[in-house]
Design a protein around this ligand. Structure first.
Ligand code: DC
Length: 224
């Protein structure tokens, strides 16, 4: 079983995907973390976010791995834990540009498909339902108002001890959304058969319960 949860930055995808995976005993796959890992390597090695060929080479040359931990998911590059390093403001600012290159996307998508081919996964991202795994049994497109997404991202950064002003966070989210939706290769968009869920007025638990109920409907054939 594959559950694809796509949507824009700050809609709550990772929190919800983690919650659904925990409730259903499924694995959690954070597809954005792989684009962040490539971006981390690019920053570290001084590769420009415009250099698609070298970025694709970087993605091919290093071993990216995800390891479930009690608190969530650890990301490793060549055996080094980069879980924190891929969340810096510098990486966040460049990741959309890096993820826009078709060469990078084909390497990362192939790795994701290899992982998803075995077992049951709840995956969050931008193009899981449209490109990575169009056969997903359930596709959810998670949204929230721009103001709410900004507030959530701010709270998340604060909780991680890296607070940033709301206006900056909101501007960065809008810029990332624009880049992610307008790129030529598998842009952020809802699959035609995705179920849309606006989480602006919902708690995390309500969203998790809604999706868990949808999965049950899929399993019993009540939801096509
Ligand atoms: O979910 P996130 O914020 O960690 O994702 C970081 C970036 O990675 C996002 O701005 C676009 C890109 N991304 C993508 O292009 N396709 C995915 N399936 C997931 C993320």
């Amino acid at each position: 079983m594959i559950v694809a949860i796509d949507g824009p930055a700050g809609a709550g995808k990772s929190t919800v995907a983690r919650g659904v995976a925990a409730r259903l005993g499924m694995g959690y796959l954070d597809t954005g973390a792989m684009y962040r890992a490539v971006t981390y390597l690019a920053v570290r090695d001084g590769v420009a976010s415009t250099d698609g060929d070298r970025l694709a080479e970087l993605a091919r040359a290093h071993v990216m791995r995800m390891r479930p931990t009690p608190g969530g998911l650890a990301i490793e590059v060549d055996g080094q834990d980069v879980t924190e390093a891929i969340r810096t403001a510098e990486v966040t600012a460049q990741v959309s540009a890096v993820a826009a290159h078709p060469g990078v996307r084909s390497v990362v998508t192939a790795i994701q498909r290899e992982v998803m081919a075995h077992g049951s996964w709840v995956c969050d991202g931008r193009d899981v339902g449209t490109t990575v795994w169009p056969a997903a049994e359930l596709k959810v497109f998670l949204t929230a108002s721009a103001a709410e997404r900004g507030r959530r991202r701010c709270a998340e950064l604060g909780a991680r001890g890296k607070p940033e002003p709301l206006a900056d966070v909101q501007a960065a989210i809008e810029q990332r959304d624009h880049q992610d939706t307008t790129r030529a290769t598998s842009p952020l968009r809802a699959a035609e058969d995705a179920v849309h869920l606006d989480t602006s007025e919902l708690s995390v638990d309500q969203v998790v319960e809604t999706i868990v109920a949808w999965v049950a409907e899929v399993s019993t054939g009540a939801r096509p």
